[in-house]
Design a protein around this ligand. Structure first.
Ligand SMILES: *Cc1c(COP(=O)(O)O)cnc(C)c1O
Length: 383
């Protein structure tokens, strides 16, 4: 290990913090962090205007002006997933959950807490949602009122076919609820071609703001029908929406600093060219990372066609000299934080390519990986 630290190739961000190659929280820009150096009261007119701006910019990202609205919510991403399920699936409803990873299972767990009737359609973590099965299930079971799916299942990094799922759900006249947390802002979602009742994401993933708030982009007509559905007061999106329309204020203490950062993050998102610019940088990050890791002998779980440019799952090497705990620590010492695997199908680890990271950081991470392998006495390719 000494050999590794003494060589000190590393790289840290301008603040001296390590780069976060994880599914979140993520590395943010200097300017996003600086935007938080102010205290605003919740009734301040600057803050109220900023809120309105942020909410309408989010609707614009899905091309939903005039048909869709954004409802923000305090908390981590799961808070708003829970809020979406609680609001949109009424007590007498029934939710079909498409599952191929931990975040799909989390939706099922939310249904358990809320005592909402649900059934699951599960595929392996390395297999996308089965469209024919979905079609058959909806054909057979008229009591299903809504379908939920995860856009990029962050467990593996797999991309689910959102457009095709939405077509099937629409054909059967059911409501579609989407957890787009890890892909929103990096992969296009057009509300004109992907029909959904509600879609949730958060401030800190591909939009590169600070963590602390989620948001639900809802079809206004669908949201209007959710009055009284929520079993939770603080997670009641309908009530949050109605109150904000009336008073322009959040119902409960807003995460003011997170909003200041988010507004700045959206400026930087626009400057980068919106979804195509942001997604393009992540795509490039993914290519550098995957190519470099493969050159060192690492194997990806997913084929390139199934892999979203968000987070990459690598098989754990078999080499007896390789120890994941030491590998993790060694990368951390060099300024790069990676993530353990969460799979049930294979022993694995993950490296993210989202957040304020570019080609230099990806190349830096690859050098750090090489350096760590050298430190373990593994020369050439790992097996
Ligand atoms: C990150 C993420 C969430 C939310 O996780 P939190 O830890 O609560 O922020 C939900 N769904 C997906 C697919 C995610 O990637």
């Amino acid at each position: 290990m000494n050999a590794i630290t003494s060589q000190s190739i590393s790289a840290t961000s301008p603040t001296g913090d390590p780069f976060l190659l994880t599914p979140g929280p993520l590395t943010t820009s200097e300017t996003v962090k600086q935007a938080m150096l102010h205290d605003y009261g919740s009734r301040d007119s600057y803050f109220i205007d900023l809120n309105q701006r942020v909410l309408s910019r989010l609707v614009d990202i899905v091309n939903g002006e005039g048909t869709h609205v954004t409802v923000p919510l305090q908390g981590s991403g799961t808070f708003v997933v829970e809020a979406m399920i609680g609001c949109f699936v009424p007590a007498h409803g029934k939710l079909l959950i498409c599952i191929n990873g931990a975040y799909g299972h989390r939706i099922a767990k939310i249904c358990e807490y809320y005592k909402r009737e649900y059934l699951i359609q599960e595929s392996n973590e390395d297999v996308p949602v089965d469209l024919e099965q979905l079609d058959r299930t909806l054909e057979r079971d008229n009591s299903i009122t809504h379908v939920a799916a995860v856009f990029c299942e962050t467990t593996s990094g797999i991309l689910n076919p959102l457009t095709e799922i939405s077509k099937i759900v629409e054909n059967h006249g059911r409501g579609f609820l989407i957890d787009a947390m890890s892909a929103f802002g990096a992969l296009p979602v057009d509300s004109k071609s992907i029909k959904f009742d509600a879609m949730v994401a958060s401030s800190n993933k591909c939009l590169e703001g600070a963590p602390g708030m989620g948001f639900c982009i809802a079809r206004e007509e669908a949201l209007q029908q959710t009055k009284g559905n929520s079993p939770s007061l603080s997670l009641d999106l309908y009530d949050q929406w109605v109150t904000m329309n009336k008073t322009k204020q959040w119902r409960f203490t807003p995460p003011t600093h997170v909003l200041l950062a988010f507004d700045q993050a959206l400026n930087e998102f626009d400057q980068e060219g919106g979804v195509s610019g942001r997604g393009g940088r992540y795509q490039n990050n993914r290519e550098i990372l995957v190519n470099g890791m493969r050159e060192m002998g690492f194997r990806t779980l997913l084929s390139d066609t199934l892999q979203a440019p968000i987070i990459i799952t690598f098989h754990m090497p078999n080499d007896a000299k390789f120890n994941f705990g030491e590998f993790y620590d060694s990368l951390r010492e060099q300024g790069y934080v990676i993530y353990p695997g969460k799979l049930t199908v294979a022993d694995s680890f993950r490296i993210g390519c989202i957040g304020r990271l570019g080609a230099d950081e990806m190349k830096g991470a690859l050098s750090a990986v090489r350096n760590s392998l050298d430190g373990f006495g593994i020369s050439g390719k790992i097996t």
